[in-house]
Each structure stands twice: as structure tokens, then as C-alpha cells.
Ligand binder design. Structure first.
Ligand SMILES: *Cc1c(COP(=O)(O)O)cnc(C)c1O
Length: 391
């Protein structure tokens, strides 16, 4: 059997007949009973008691000092950049090989992205590319990192833990510390991924998660900011709730805020999902191990988690030899209703970011031509293992 046929038949074996999505959420009676509790209480909007419960569950799971639930991952990024003082005219260092939300969020503050290359093994920002770009472009002026050419302040650095694979975040933070650049860790895809024993999102200054329907766990739409910095957390909480000064009944606001808090009905889903997360991670590890054995046998190149890190196996990714191979695999699998997807187009090629600063992006371009995600959901046949009745 050739590689493609072996891969497709493996996927059919794991996921069965019919259309196979790339990643779909799993629900059972646990979600329904939380939702019923929420609807019966009539508190469906922000901020009900289940929001606090969901935040507590996330804090326990990630060991974050502070967790603030918001409406989506993009809002979490927007608030994170905002509380770190990113402002109009600043430059924010990020990846060209990434989801558009990170660069969108910094642009909401009228900052500009600087697109740096990724490492081929982690698909995340290369600390070497970062160090080289900073050394040749940035100098400290009055204690602040400033781009010598443009005169812009470097507001933040925002690497991504792509597909749940931890990037070299410790090295990135070390480089950024030398320039007093705060790090926003986009951990949207990496719930359950660790560097050493530390959960992703908690190595940089501030971290963000997404609970969109395609992520490891979902709240319908949702996101979260995590940090161990108490004053940053307080700022995020305040800005996310229209900057309202806490009071029993008075409406007073002390700055322009956002309506970004997570509604209670979304948190209801989140509470149920968090009670399953450990088992979901275990099942997804089995799916990833199944793929790994096949990849070994048929010499299919794939992206693996690095030594010293634990990946959540959110999306499994393979690396084709050429762009032509990638295109023909995508065509073939989608024809068969096996919804494989290519990695993102480089953001530096999108019209709104055409003028953005960048380095060579050589690994990013190479990967953009070759990386494909394969279906990675919890298989239907394993759902019975997840907690069902309300605890
Ligand atoms: C999903 C995702 C986001 C945005 O999250 P939303 O909840 O969809 O706004 C941001 N960054 C990355 C890397 C993502 O995968």
C-alpha cells in the first residue's frame, strides 16, 4: 500500500464511515445538565456564578494565579496587548506562520506586526530569529526597546504554541527580558500542553486561550486570559467589564472599557468540558500514538513534540515532500470526505499585512508549502469513556 492509501485507511479505521471533520467538539449529558441549570437560574448573561466556577477550574488545571474568562480568544489577546501598554505606532513581534487573530488583535490598538521566522520542529517562533532581529534592529532608549530605523517602540512579543506544540518559550522569554519586552503567549491551541511542568500560557508575562468550537474544549465561543501578575489580572478584569467601578447598584465607569466578559451560558459548557479535559487528553494521546506508529511504518514525516515538552495533541500534522504532494493529498482526502487542512497562508502575504516588517521567513515559507493537518478529534467510539451524568 502506498503512503496516501495507508494514511486514508488508517483514518477510516479510527473514525469510521461518512464525513470526518478535522476537529469536532464532544458533548454528552454533562453539558446538557450544566446548561439546564444555567437556563433554570435565568442567569445566562455575564457575569453569572458559572463564570467564576469555570475560571476556578481553569486555574486549578493550569495552576495560573489568575484567570479571566472572556468572549473569545481574540478578545483575550486584545486585552492582553492593551494592559501591557501596547499603543498606536508600536511594533509587536509575532509569527507570519500563525492564525490571523494574533495579528488582528494587536492591529486593533493600531500597533504593527513584525513577522519573524519559526523553527521547523516546533512550528513556533524561533528564539534565534528573534535574537538576531533584535540585535540588528533594536536599541534601548531611556530603558525602552526602540526600533532604530522606524523609531517605533517594541510593545510586546507574541509567539504561538501552534497546534498545541509548545514553542521555545523559555528561550524567547529570556531574549525578551534582555530588552524589557513583555511576552504574550498565544496558548489558544495549547490547553494541556506543558514546558517542563509549567502549563503553556504561564511562562511569558500573560497568556491567552480560546474555547472556540474547533479547540480542545469549547464554550461555543470563549477565551481566557491567564497570568500570575495580580495587577495585570485586575486591569484585564476591569477593562473586560466596561471598566465599571464595582458598586451594588450604581453605574460608574472610569475609562473606555469593553464588553468582553464571558456570558454565564458559555461558562456552563466550559464547566462540563473541564470535567472531561484529562480524559480527552488521554484519548487524544492514543490517537496521536496511533498516527505515530503509522508514520514510522510508512516513513511519513510529521511534527513531533520536543524533548522536555508535553503536547496536548490537539491537531496532528504531517510534512509532505513538496507543495504538489500537499495539494494532491488535500484534494484526494477532501474528495473522500476526510477533511484534512493545510497550515495557514503566511500572514505576511495577506493584503492587510503586505507592508509589515519581516525577516527571511525561510522556515515559515517552507512549512507553509508542506504542512497538512489530519483529523484529530476524540473518536466516536471513545466518547463513552468521558464522564456523562452530572457529578
Ligand atoms: C483560535 C485561535 C485564536 C482566536 O481565538 P477565537 O476564540 O477564535 O477568537 C487565536 N490564536 C490562535 C493561534 C488560534 O488558534
Amino acid at each position: 500500500m502506498n503512503k496516501t492509501e495507508a494514511l486514508l485507511s488508517h483514518i477510516r479505521e479510527v473514525y469510521g464511515a461518512g464525513l470526518i471533520p478535522l476537529h469536532r467538539p464532544v458533548f454528552n449529558d454533562r453539558e446538557k445538565s450544566y446548561l439546564e441549570e444555567c437556563v433554570d437560574s435565568s442567569f445566562v448573561s455575564s457575569v453569572g456564578p458559572l463564570v467564576g466556577e469555570f475560571e476556578k477550574k481553569m486555574a486549578q488545571f493550569t495552576k495560573a494565579g489568575h484567570t479571566i474568562a472572556v468572549v473569545n480568544g481574540t478578545a483575550a489577546l486584545h486585552l492582553s496587548f492593551r494592559v501591557l501598554g501596547v499603543e498606536a505606532g508600536n511594533e509587536v513581534i509575532t509569527q507570519a506562520l500563525g492564525f490571523v487573530a494574533t495579528s488582528n488583535a494587536l492591529t486593533y490598538l493600531r500597533a504593527k506586526p513584525v513577522f519573524l521566522d519559526v523553527d521547523k520542529d516546533s512550528l513556533g517562533m524561533s528564539p534565534t530569529a528573534l535574537r538576531e532581529w533584535l540585535e540588528s534592529n533594536v536599541e534601548m532608549q531611556n530603558g525602552k526597546p526602540v526600533n532604530r530605523l522606524t523609531g517605533a517602540r517594541i510593545g510586546a512579543c507574541a509567539p504561538i504554541h501552534t497546534f498545541g506544540l509548545p514553542c521555545r518559550i523559555t528561550e524567547i522569554v529570556n531574549v525578551c527580558n534582555r530588552y524589557s519586552i513583555p511576552v504574550v503567549e498565544d496558548a489558544a491551541e495549547s490547553l494541556g500542553s506543558y514546558v517542563g511542568g509549567v502549563h503553556t500560557g504561564l511562562i511569558g508575562t500573560i497568556g491567552t486561550f480560546s474555547f472556540n468550537g474547533n479547540k480542545l474544549i469549547t464554550t461555543g465561543g470563549g477565551g481566557m486570559v491567564v497570568t500570575n501578575d495580580e495587577s495585570l489580572a485586575a486591569r484585564v478584569r476591569h477593562l473586560s467589564t466596561t471598566a465599571k467601578i464595582p458598586h451594588e447598584y450604581e453605574f460608574a465607569h472610569d475609562e473606555i472599557g469593553y464588553n468582553y466578559r464571558m456570558p454565564n451560558i458559555n461558562a456552563a459548557l466550559g464547566c462540563a468540558q473541564m470535567e472531561k479535559v484529562e480524559l480527552m487528553l488521554a484519548i487524544k494521546k492514543e490517537v496521536a500514538d496511533g498516527y505515530a506508529a503509522l508514520f514510522d511504518k510508512y516513513e511519513i514525516k510529521s511534527v513531533k513534540s520536543r524533548e522536555g515538552t508535553t503536547a496536548n495533541n490537539w491537531l496532528n500534522a504531517i510534512i509532505l515532500d513538496t507543495a504538489e504532494d500537499k495539494n494532491s493529498l488535500l484534494q484526494r482526502s477532501n474528495q473522500d470526505e476526510i477533511l484534512m487542512r493545510p497550515i495557514w497562508r503566511l500572514l505576511s502575504t495577506l493584503t492587510m499585512f503586505e507592508g509589515a516588517a519581516r525577516d527571511s521567513l525561510s522556515n515559515s515559507s517552507w512549512l507553509a508549502d508542506r504542512v497538512v493537518n489530519v483529523p484529530s478529534s476524540v473518536p466516536d467510539s471513545e466518547i463513552y469513556r468521558l464522564p456523562n451524568e452530572h457529578s
